[in-house]
Structure formats: structure tokens, C-alpha cells
Design a protein around this ligand. Sequence first.
Ligand code: ZN
Length: 418
Amino acid sequence: MKPSHATFESVLLRFSLFSVMACLLGLTASSAHAQEKAAIHIDADFPGGNILVNKIENDTITLGPDQRDSVLTWFYWYYRVRGASGRTLTFVLGKDNVGVRGPAVSVDTGKTWKWLGAEAVTEGTFAFTFPSGAEEVRFSVGMPYLRADLNQCLARHKSDPFLQVESLTKTRKGRDVPLVRVRDRSKKARYAVAITSRHHCCEMMASYVVEGLLEGALANDPAGLWLRANADFLFAPMMDTDGVEDGDQGKGRAPFDHNRDYAAVPPRYAEVGALKDLLPAWTEGRPLVFLDLHDPALRTDIHETVHFLEPEERDMAARMDKLCAFLERDQQGPILYRKAHNLRFGSGYNTHIARPSPLSAGWARSLPNTLLGCTMEIAYANAAGCEVNAHSGRELGRDLAVALMNFLRDSPETEPAK
Ligand SMILES: [Zn+2]
């Protein structure tokens, strides 16, 4: 086959009507060359996939995120390209849909990811030369983390006696919602620590931090040993499991998203209802730390940092400061967290208007035995100059485990455990 310009013989994806028309036009325009190039397939028909193709013109493809039921315009997308070995294609996503280190790219079917780099992107457009022989390359706004990734992490520890994997509940679509416990079953721990994430399903970078924290709690290092002797951990790492697997935005779902379900009576989403039932019973009145992990927006100011959202309650705010001081002081990982980046209550988007109460952390703070309940935000790609990726995210989780140990060990609210 000879190389030529406009040729896309097949493009398989979830088409909007406009996409279908654009594709058909593309096929018509390319018909003279129809047999000259290998077929290129673009699709999102795999776990976490999300894309709309709006226009195809020669080797330039205009795409965008599929908003689905989100009324808030958001930026999550994840697609694969097959049949483009050796070719250079240009992808137009729009400047609001590509982060500050460019798209994440995977050449091993989503197992590992790298940022393409800021220099590769202009106004949300990037070109990519497909390696010769590459059968499939995946692109995403972030580094997708799915149930299979969590399973892989859990499989590494499957013989660990301190790990228990359960199901929080079933989703509307019949999927198990993962619930992971870390505890020493031979004793009743003094503290309870609950970690949630993916209330907004697209916020995948938070999952690497959760994974690091989980592994920190299981580790045979001083922090892991102390934590297991003194705290029971409960992880609900995929609070919108259907959204994670289906590749939804999740943020700003109509009529409200999972993190805004804590005020609903009864809750709209099974996961939220199940957690609200389980958590108070599970703590049995023990002092509780509840952290809900998120990713913010893609770029600028506060969104390019790791930051905590200060609770309105002064006692909780003071405890959050303490946890954060330990994190800043003892961190070892590549992401340098700075306490000064935290968003004080009443500033930026940390207000009652932007965050009507109670969200998940606010609900946790309403429980009588809660020491600290707050939200932590992990930048998608750039944390004040530090690259956020799978490795640095996990390392931040390990640092968080150490900070939790110090926080609990130093907690004046209860007698320190021996
Ligand atoms: Zn969020």
C-alpha cells in the first residue's frame, strides 16, 4: 500500500450524529485513496473508554470528551488508536481538555502511562508518530486507573493476613463495589481510618495515592507496623464503580453526583447509602479519620498543587493542619507537598456555595467520634512543578501513611496507643 493523505477506512467509536456525518464525509473524501492505507480504528469500547470523534480531515482528527449525563462541562476522555503503525496523526482535543503535561500515552494497552509532554501540545492539539509495529496506542487526559488496576494491586498482597477484600454493595449495573480492609484481626485497634476516592469517577490520579496509602498500611516498615497495631483501615476506593468502568465524567452528574449524594434522603446511589450505613457501625465509636481523595481541575493556580480543603469547623481545621504539617515535614516522595497550598475555608472553591454541605467529608465530620474528616486534592499532572504520575502518586500515598501514623500517635484527643 502506498502512503497518501486523506484516508480513514474505518473509524469505530461511539458516534454522535455529527460524528457519524463527519466520518461519512471523511470516507467520501478519501474514497479515491480508499485502498492505499491500512485501516485506522479509533474507539473507546473498553473499560474506562470515553471519546467522541467530531471531524476527520486528512490525518487530523478532531475529538472531544463525551459528557454523557454531566451537566457540568468536564474534560475526561480515553481512546485507543489501532492500525496507525508508522504514521503521524494530529489530534485536536481543545485547549480545555488537555492537561499541562499533555496527554497520557500508553503503548501497552493501558498498563503503563507516560505524559507526552507540554511541548508536544499547542492549544489542546498534539501530533503523535505511532511507533512502527505498534498495534495499539492509547491516549487519555490522565493515567486511567480501573478495577483491573486495583485487582492487580490486591493480587500482589493476596496472601497478606492483614488484607481483606470485600464488596461494599452492588452498583445499579450489578458490579461489586470494592471495599478493602487492612487490620490485625488478632486485636481491636484503637483508631479507625476510612479512605474514599472516585466519588467523581474520572479522577483517576487520586487512585495511585490511595494505592500507595494501602500499601503503606500493609508495609512491614515502622509506619505500617504501627498503623496495623493501632488502626483499622477501611478503603472504599471506587465510590462510583460504574462510572469508573464505563468511563463517565462523573463530576457534575445530573441531578447530582456521588459526592453530593450525602445530603439526599434516601441516597440516590447504592454505594453512598451502603457507606453511610457501614461506617458508623464499623467505627464502634472509635476515633475516626476520614479522608476523601479527589483530583481538581486540569490547570492553573490551586489546581496545579496537592492541597487539602480546610473544614469549616475550627477543631477539625486545626487537626487537618497538624496532619498536613507532618506530611510536609516527613515526605520522601517526588511530589513535594506544601501546607501553604491548602485551601482555607471560605477561599477559592472551598466555600458553601461551591461545595454545598454535606459532601462526603462533611457527612463524616458530622459523626460524633470523628477526629478529622477532610478532602484531599491531587493535581492531575503538575503539583507545583513536580510531575504527578503512577509512581509519584503512590509515593505520596506512602508519605500520607507516615503522616497518619504521626498524627494518630500525637493525637491529644485520645490516649496514645502503647
Ligand atoms: Zn472530585
